[in-house]
Design a protein around this ligand. Structure first.
Ligand code: AHR
Length: 325
């Protein structure tokens, strides 16, 4: 797994098909037992999430594992119900994409008591007993926030005066919303001319991204120089609001997103978005490998990190054909 972390993202993708062909769950397969995995997904709130679900389903099927899938429709109580149902069904491993960081102590203790390893994917948790989960497969969200801010500093280095930023946060209490905000602010705090003048959640969705941006524009109008959205879907919704307000996205208002989904590349190619910081949703192969190891009692690293880049509009057209999500 360590060597996997060192490879470039491109190499990880290139090797994905090889990983899928290789089945690490030797014990169960030799014994004729199919690995059964329960996957408690957050929902389908974004282009990113859809790609994530498809990646997990495809990797499970390619590895010959049975995947029990639950879509929580953005409700933590649905995820908790799904975990309890997976425990009752005695699955071998549970994969959880936790909607928010807190509120998992009891149900994760129940999974541990049932001796079912829980793998966190795409978002992490804050619990009293960290031994109730096995590993986290996903991104460094603080670093993503830092990268967004570093791009902004570089892009505006030849300007003077205040740079007024509005921020669209992801789901309240979710790991990526908390950490993308933290990383962004960490870099900007040494540069007092960069001011976050409005910050509000838009729940990672296009519809709310548009709605909240409309409110920001109503309140601040032309004062807004930059939009920082915690994901591309909210940025794309906000672009519509900027246009409807008679302003030019990417020119009058710089637009920064996170995820690097195809929709963001299309917006960049159309000249409506400036940059997207990558967050890789194609975690299926790494998850299947981790699930097999966890089920056979192997120790896993606490964090299996994805390797990601930053894509400014200048490279969008060239990179677009290589995008897998
Ligand atoms: O947990 C990852 C985040 O969740 C993605 O950035 C966002 O688009 C998704 O909904």
């Amino acid at each position: 797994m360590k060597s996997l972390q060192r490879r470039t993202f491109a190499a990880v993708l290139a090797s994905a098909s090889l990983m899928l062909a290789w089945s690490p769950f030797a014990h169960a397969q030799a014994a004729g037992k199919k690995l059964v995995i329960g996957f408690a997904q957050t929902g389908a709130e974004s282009e990113w999430r859809t790609a994530n679900t498809e990646s997990v389903k495809a990797a499970a099927s390619a590895a010959g594992y049975e995947l029990k899938f639950s879509d929580a429709q953005q409700k933590q109580e649905n995820q908790i119900k799904a975990i309890r149902s997976f425990i009752a069904q005695k699955v071998d491993v549970i994969i959880l994409a936790p909607l928010v960081t807190t509120g998992w102590d009891t149900v994760l203790r129940e999974a541990k008591a049932a001796k079912i390893p829980v793998i966190l994917e795409s978002r992490s948790v804050v619990v009293k007993d960290p031994s109730t989960w096995t590993t986290f497969v996903g991104s460094d969200f603080v670093e993503e926030g830092r990268r967004a801010a570093q791009w902004l500093l570089g892009h505006t280095k030849n300007t003077t005066g205040d740079v007024n930023i509005v921020e669209l946060q992801g789901t309240v209490g979710s790991d990526p919303a908390i950490e993308r905000k933290k990383g962004f602010e960490e870099v900007l705090k040494a540069n007092p001319r960069y001011k976050i003048i409005r910050s509000q959640t838009a729940d990672f969705t296009r519809a709310k991204g548009k709605e909240v941006m409309e409110a920001f524009l109503k309140a601040e109008g032309k004062k807004i120089n930059v939009l920082y959205a915690h994901n591309d879907d909210m940025a794309i919704g906000a672009i519509q609001a900027i246009e409807e307000a008679g302003l030019k996205p990417a020119k009058d208002v710089l637009v920064i997103g996170v995820d690097a989904v195809k929709g963001a590349f299309e917006a960049m190619i159309a000249g409506k978005m400036n940059v997207s910081v990558e967050c890789n949703p194609l975690l299926g192969p790494q998850l299947m490998e981790a699930a097999a190891k966890a089920a056979s009692g192997q120790t896993l690293p606490r964090w299996i990190k994805s390797i990601e880049g930053v894509f400014p509009a200048e490279v969008a057209a060239k990179e677009f054909p290589n995008r897998k999500y």
